[in-house]
Design a protein around this ligand. Sequence first.
Ligand code: URA
Ligand code: CA
Length: 433
Amino acid sequence: MRMVDLIEKKRDGGSLSKEEIQFIIDGYTKGDIPDYQLSAFLMTVFYQDMTDEEITNMTLAMASSGEMIDLSGIQGIKVDKHSTGGVGDTTTLILAPLVASVGVSVAKMSGRGLGYTGGTIDKLEAIPGFQVELPDEKFIQLVNESHVAVIGQSGDLAPADKKLYALRDVTATVNSIPLIASSIMSKKIAAGADAIVLDVTTGEGAFMKNIEEARRLAETMVRIGKLANRQTMAVISDMSQPLGEAIGNSLEIVEAIETLQGNGPEDLVEMCYALGSQMVVLAEKAATLEEARGLLEEALASGKALEKFREMIRNQGGDDTIVDEPARLLSAKYQIELPAKSTGVVQKIVANEIGIAAMLLGAGRATKEDAINYAVGIKLHKKVGMPVKEGESLLTIYADSENIDEVKELIYKNIEIGDSGEEPVLIHDIITL
Ligand code: URA
Ligand code: CA
């Protein structure tokens, strides 16, 4: 097989066979096919699209390009959850104990964050003592005994995706549905998921700028999940403003605890029920989304979900007394209120820019080597659609320095107050196919 012939075939609108796709992914991962040929290939995919069968074959080839995690030692159906990107997205921290408390096995391997705020693993490390690195046997034992463990990604998961993503980033081919779908699904399959729940976010700063594109991506991933024997469901959600109120590592742990105590922000709670219900149905612990939601509401109201979070922290060596005294985690030197400059209604809070503001405070990494400051971040008091008076606090900045004029300016630039504004629709669609 010659790469140039495959590029030509795709360029002229043809479909590639399983063997041809395997040849491309293997060849590129090993370094036998050069960047310039892969770049040309990616651009033809960008313009010509791919069939579901092609995307499925590409997904499976990428998944098996490195280590495939074997979770067969864990009883039951292992359901994983993935978001295409959010700011202040605390859902995983809540969902893991919430769905585990109704008997769903959550064997979660999460990543660290780059940019914005930390990833789930960084957030968990804000809990004193919490171990995110466990030997495989211990990880599997904990999930079997307690239904939940969350650890950092180790090893060499889907190296083809890492290489391809880096190339897409510099060839203007990130924003292609077959390439995004195969990138996301390959990592979930390599991580051992039997079933997958996807949160496809839309809005300014998200990968998918509008609902139609988001729906196409979600439906594509649900269809290829089925073809790859991984039942998949998706929620299409709004990420035009940050989810919940907290952005920052310790702040989000506190927000997760408050949510599990029954005092969470409405939008965050709703997202957790929407995604959690799909996880429960896919794990076959309920027959319908409605029944699943009932189980989750009961687990939250009874305190069962909060107890599961405490158990998870204890199991992984963390200080579980923070569940009773979450405020201890908020150790930033300064808490600075940001007053509204005018009276009106909040019209816009640009999610990704607020994420950058949190990163500038030290809550995220600008480069892989940066250390994270767990204590800093932002707590929103006003969200889109809420009335505000001049001088009233829009949000609190948790900082370790008083020198934050740049951050304040960035935030002011990205919060609009006007005459009228409406609370955005949070969940645009539920895709189950
Ligand atoms: N997230 C991924 O993991 N891959 C993409 O291509 C886009 C978003
Ligand atoms: Ca949040």
